[in-house]
Design a protein around this ligand. Structure first.
Ligand code: F0G
Length: 351
């Protein structure tokens, strides 16, 4: 056995790199595909979770960032910039350190989880909190990258999508073929685009013999694709997907239509219910946005949109540690005891 080498080395022949490209990597990818016992029971399907919170910076963004930063360095860039709801900035900051590059990030003021802010800070990124939402940040970042010598590493950068498509490769490699349905949260819509590209490429000439229907879920207060128009003031507790005008809107619709899938929404209440179910019943701790996929799966099952007996993969996109406020908020306070075995035993209901 050998160590996983990161997505560029593992899938080099399927990525836009040359034979001499030296990857900037933290050995991202190779994440667990975990059978979901309770979700399988509840839906009558064979449900698996692709646990992307197990990536080096705790989200799927690392797959795209290794590609984007590798290529930016190859092209001589000395600085990168991104807009972010938190995870992209955490990932960009870490990979910029590996590449010896300067990293600038634009985040919506007061609307990113503390853990993600901590990551960007500890990796030494230059952070600007913008008095606006993610969409405003992206407009600014795009403008700056056009005017100044700084490479944009948001998912509008095609290298990001290329890197992120490797998650679909891994799933097919592990299951032996594509699932029937793939469910994931949708924010800026880069990831659903990337998965569809990965599945499509694996179908053309193998090793897959089929491709899944793509089911994407937005938060109901930030569901522009579902509504068919941009949302001016998006709102949801799932700050990672608090986006009103996704950059990859058309590509996401194409993934939906080509795969015979759909894009729908779930409420914050459903998101939190799925969040608690994942942690308390599956043992998988994700951030709220990530549980939108599972909330969507459960909703689809209730609506009779999910035929039993199918193989389903839900991507859970980010680690729960990034945004622990929601874990603490809903839970009872721990009891305090003296250093005394009898008192502890009594409190634990053992005595
Ligand atoms: N889940 C998490 C945890 C995310 O951080 C994001 C996006 C998504 C889902 C949605 O993915 O944008 O490709 O549709 N986060 C971006 C960021 C916007 O800045 O970190 P998408």
């Amino acid at each position: 056995s050998r160590q996983w080498r990161g997505v560029i080395e593992e899938y080099r022949d399927r990525l836009p790199v040359g034979p001499r490209t030296a990857p900037v990597t933290l050995r991202e990818g190779g994440t667990p595909l975990v059978p979901a016992q309770l979700l399988s029971e509840l839906t009558g399907c064979d449900v698996h979770l692709k646990v992307e919170g197990a990536n080096p910076t705790g989200s799927f963004k690392d797959r795209g960032m290794t590609m984007a930063i590798t290529r930016a360095r190859e092209e001589g860039a000395q600085a990168v910039i991104c807009a972010s709801t938190g995870n992209t900035s955490a990932s960009a900051a870490a990979y910029a350190v590996r590449a010896g590059m300067v990293c600038a990030v634009l985040v919506p003021q007061g609307k990113i989880a503390l853990g993600k802010m901590g990551q960007a800070l500890v990796h030494g990124a230059q952070i600007l909190q913008v008095e606006g939402n993610f969409d405003d940040c992206l407009t600014l970042a795009r403008g700056l990258s056009e005017k100044y010598p700084v490479a944009l590493v948001n998912s509008v950068n095609p290298d990001r999508i290329e890197g992120q498509k490797t998650a679909a490769f891994e799933i097919v490699d592990m299951l032996g073929d594509a699932p029937d349905v793939h469910v994931l949260p949708v924010g800026n819509a880069g990831n659903i685009t990337a998965y569809w590209r990965g599945y499509s490429e694996y179908l053309t000439g193998g090793p897959a013999t089929r491709a899944p229907r793509m089911w994407g879920y937005q938060a109901s207060g930030a569901a522009p694709i579902v509504r068919g128009e941009p949302v001016k003031d998006p709102s949801t507790i799932a700050t990672a997907i608090r986006i009103g005008n996704p950059a990859s809107w058309q590509l996401a619709e194409r993934a939906r239509d080509e795969s015979g899938g759909f894009i729908d929404s779930v409420t914050d209440r459903q998101i939190l219910r799925a969040y608690k179910l994942l942690s308390s019943r599956e043992g998988v701790f994700v951030e709220p946005a990530s549980s939108a996929s599972v909330a969507g799966l459960l909703q689809a099952a209730e609506q009779g949109r999910l035929e039993p007996g199918q193989r389903v993969v839900c991507t859970v996109t980010g680690n729960g540690l990034k945004d622990p406020d929601w874990a603490v908020a809903g839970a009872p306070r721990p009891v305090t005891v003296p250093i005394d075995a009898d008192a502890a035993a009594e409190r634990l209901g053992l005595a």
